[in-house]
Design a protein around this ligand. Structure first.
Ligand code: Q6P
Ligand code: ZN
Length: 661
């Protein structure tokens, strides 16, 4: 299934008609540069183009009041003076004779996305719209917004498709207080928002945007606010919030539909956000949401005012929705202190609502984040924001011709859409000799020799990005792992993340050069940690604790993987680990966000039941939903938490609070 793209130039046909410093950044060019970038990069042609439609009165009344709608209906006939007068009752928003028409198209575009995704015409999609929506309230326009496009889409999805649980992720740098107001007592809609806050000093300056606003009554716990109390937040800060808060809660909630308030003013260069995250981060944020709700994801444009970073961010989002692997994230150095304080506050505010956060540390004193930061840090940040930001545009990498290759025994059935690496591949004699020398020593077992040499061919093709990913069923998994790791780690710049699922001794030594990082899910209790590069994640009861496995994957394996930034991810499943197909597909799907999608899965020959599910995830198909998650086994939470606390000295991404000692 494809990716929908909704855009109509009619939505560029309104603009600010008078002088208003607060509104001058919201210009029609925001839409044209974004759409043109999608066309120029060839991404628009790969999408399913859907027409816009006007939201009806009934659609708009799902969120807004009659009197507000009636008032907006009068604006097309107003004189300039009347328009200016009409705006003066609202904050930081302007009207234009054509804005009502465009606002209906913007809301209608979001509904078109919901219809096409819910009816299975497309897997996911993006709508490039203006006016944006997440600030508009039931009775008021606000922050360039007229109708709340995403809130209307959520109510529409509940009403028309009886969707049980909807997740709204708002990565715009402003708080979508209109969305929060609409759903704060609704447990069917989980709202995530991060936003520049600076202890209420930043627009819209609301006390209700702080981390302790968790939702009301039945909706308590379903409103998650992450206030950024400093500017200059980077990719690491955003990824930390995803790994240690948004994703664990999202997986526990298990939405049937994901809506994204896709504002790109959270990217570097934006005059509003003044943050330092680069456009490629949106490929990762999108990717990390794509294994939720069976991939049903609707992204609707909100803010984004830097006409250089905005189109780059839009392209990163759309190419990921299309299934292209995310680019390797550049120099992630871990979350900053201010981000960790915010993360700590939000996690402790929500620990009573979400079992995945039950173990989260309490706040030393439950002060809200109005506490002043140390003055010294403030000055540094002020200084930082004065310079004109520059960033390296992410190099355009075309997806590999072959997305996934399968290396199976000769009688194995190659899954469709997979390229079969036949044993007929001419074996490079130098490789054969090296293998004989180092690994095969005694046995002249030519089948293993053939398998191992084909594995080295596969790795070389992945390195050249001719092949994206691979799966192999092998007779001797230990020999295969050794061969793969030695061959892959040999190249000077390479780093190999080995995710070992199953008991058994890891068949090679990780040395302190950091060329390999092994994370092993095992049911065996582990003694002390030998090295920061060999990490045993001990889970009781043969992986039947799915919430425990997911928790360890999201809050331990993923952060480690992002910080380690491997060039290749090798996932090894030793036989009899008994992981369900769905969990296995979630694991593969999430890990595919690393190493530019270069994932190599090695399984024992008798695991051919996993070949289909593995191939599907390597090809970028969304993993099936796991269902709402129960609480993880306490002993698994305890052991994972103990491990995290021990490792956080070596790995910054494992930090979740400000006390870094
Ligand atoms: C949903 O619209 C997207 C948005 O969140 O980006 C709107 C931001 C309104 C920002 C209003 N204050 C501007 C002050 C100018 N220095
Ligand atoms: Zn914004």
């Amino acid at each position: 299934m494809g990716t929908a793209l909704i855009y109509d130039e009619e939505m560029t046909n309104y603009k600010l008609l008078w002088v208003d410093p607060a509104c001058k950044i919201e210009v029609p060019e925001r839409l044209t540069v974004s759409y043109e970038a999608l066309v120029k990069s060839g991404l628009a042609d790969r999408c399913v183009s859907l027409p816009v439609r006007e939201a009806t009165d009934a659609d708009i009344l799902l969120v807004h009041s009659e009197e507000y709608l009636e008032a907006v209906k009068k604006t097309p006939y107003m004189t300039l003076e009347d328009l200016m007068d009409f705006c003066s009752q609202y904050g930081d928003v302007y009207f234009h004779p054509n804005i009502y028409h465009c606002a209906k198209l913007a809301a209608g575009s979001a509904l078109q996305l919901v219809d096409s995704v819910m009816m299975g015409k497309v897997r996911n999609g993006m709508a490039l719209v203006r006016p944006p929506g997440h600030h508009s309230m039931r009775n008021a326009a606000s922050g360039f917004c007229v109708f709340n496009n995403v809130a209307i889409a959520a109510q529409y999805a509940k009403q028309k498709y009886a969707v049980e649980r909807i997740l709204i992720v708002d990565w715009d740098i402003h708080h979508g207080q209109g969305v929060q107001d609409c759903f704060e007592d609704d447990p069917r809609v989980l709202y995530f928002s991060w936003h520049r806050y600076e202890h209420q000093k930043f627009w819209p300056n609301l006390r209700d945007s702080d981390f302790d606003r968790v939702g009301n009554e039945k909706g308590a716990g379903f409103n998650v606010n992450v206030p950024w109390n400093k500017v200059g937040m980077k990719n690491s800060d955003y990824l930390s919030v995803f790994c240690h808060l948004f994703l664990p809660v999202a997986y526990e909630f298990c939405p049937d539909l994901v809506l994204v308030c896709a504002g790109f003013d959270s990217a570097i260069g934006d005059p509003e956000g003044e943050m330092c995250a680069t456009p490629d981060i949106f490929a990762h944020l999108t990717h990390l949401l794509m294994n939720l709700a069976g991939g049903k994801l609707c992204a609707v444009l909100e803010g984004g005012y830097n006409l250089t970073s905005l189109p780059q961010s839009v392209c990163q989002t759309v190419q990921t929705l299309l299934g292209d692997p995310a680019p390797r994230p550049a120099n992630l150095d871990g979350p900053c202190l201010s981000a960790l304080e915010s993360l700590h506050c939000v996690r402790s505010a929500h620990k009573k609502y979400w079992s995945c956060l039950k173990h989260a540390a309490d706040l030393p004193t439950c002060e809200v984040s109005t506490k002043r930061n140390k003055v010294g840090e403030e000055e540094i940040n002020e200084e930082q924001s004065k310079q004109e930001p520059v960033w390296r545009e992410c190099p355009k990498t075309l997806p590999p011709d072959i997305s996934a290759a399968a290396l199976l025994p000769d009688d194995g059935i190659c899954p469709e859409r997979c390229y079969s690496l036949k044993s007929s591949e001419d074996l490079d004699p130098s490789i054969v000799n090296k293998l004989k020398e180092h690994i095969l020593k005694d046995t002249e077992d030519c089948e293993t020799l053939s398998t191992l040499s084909r594995l080295t061919v596969l790795i070389d093709k992945m390195e050249k990005n001719e092949i994206g990913s691979g799966l192999a069923l092998v007779k001797d998994i230990s020999k295969a792992v050794i061969c793969v790791v030695q061959h892959a780690a040999a190249a000077p710049m390479n780093r190999v993340l080995v995710v070992y699922v199953g008991d058994g001794v890891v068949p090679f030594h990780t040395n302190e050069d950091g060329k390999t990082l092994v994370v092993q899910f095992t049911t065996q209790k582990s003694e002390e940690i030998q090295s920061k590069y060999l990490i045993p994640v001990c889970l009781q009861k043969d992986y039947s604790d799915i919430p425990g496995f997911i928790q360890a994957t999201l809050s331990l394996l993923l952060p480690l993987g992002y910080e380690y930034d491997p060039s290749l991810v090798v996932v090894v499943q030793t036989s009899g680990c008994g992981l369900s197909h769905n969990v296995w597909q979630q694991l593969i799907g999430l890990l595919r966000g690393l190493a530019q999608g270069h994932t190599l899965v090695l399984m024992q020959e008798d695991q051919n039941a996993y070949v289909g599910p593995t191939a599907s995830s390597l090809l970028g198909d969304p993993a099936p939903p796991l269902g709402p998650l129960e609480a993880p086994l306490p002993e698994n939470v305890e052991s994972t938490e103990k491990l995290r606390l021990r490792l956080k000295a070596d790995w910054n991404f494992l930090l979740t609070t400000g006390n870094v000692k």
